[in-house]
Design a protein around this ligand. Sequence first.
Ligand code: ZN
Length: 290
Amino acid sequence: MEKIYSTATFGPSGHDESFAQEGYISTLQMPQWLSDKGLELFEYSFGRGVRISDVTAEAIGDMADKFGVEMSVHAPYFINFASVEQDKADNSVRYLTDSLGALRHFHGSRCVFHTGAEGKQPRNEAFARAKDNFTKALDVIAQQGLDDLIVCPETMGKQAQIGTVDEVVELCKLGDNVYPCVDFGHVNSLWQGALKTKEDFQRIVDKLFDGLGEKKTKNMHVHFSKIQYGAKGEIRHLTFADTVYGPEFEPLAEVIVKNGLTPHILSESAGTQMFDARAMKAAYTAKLSK
Ligand SMILES: [Zn+2]
């Protein structure tokens, strides 16, 4: 079941470089390590496939419970609900249900996924196909009794990928268990660096409130990192040391506090996820106590 928090929560996506540098090896050690660092979330990536045994996932889930860390998962990157090849779209359903099965063993409640890419189709056709196949996926998820878990379509950073803020809002209307994952670094890449002021961030939050209402907006999933971009969008993830590309977290922290949001915020920085998650938590906490 989805845990309800009274504040925003923070953590890294994947293993931070300092985890190994401090001598740790296994994800089993991650919950205690994160709890010691003052963080409360961990996102486990199945980017290249759902390859974890039920027993291992269950053991990690037990540790997460013990140290008060909530697990989420990222479904395989090769999901493509917009594919014109029906077998690829059908396989995408399985990648999502496999991810949810593992998420259950982690005792978590949220699974992020990339909807797909337009390929050679016109955008509107690709999006209609994605909606269709994702609707079928939601039926299968319900049939398998996995619909108490939340699936989160992510806003994407490249023009050819399905996942503008508007498209994610539309996808989230397809089920009570579909919540938005807003990757602000992706949005900034797609907008060519136009995500700067708190008004820019508020504009996105307003779209979510208008389209999805209070519950899904307040409890949205967030990916945050600075990202290098080019004319077609995202190029690569950076760290908070970057001063060129952005976006900055400060204005978002202000918007989160002003709107009373309680999002789950994961750092996807390149190697410094734990430090950058802590930096975001510190910035947010400072605004909260003002
Ligand atoms: Zn992602």
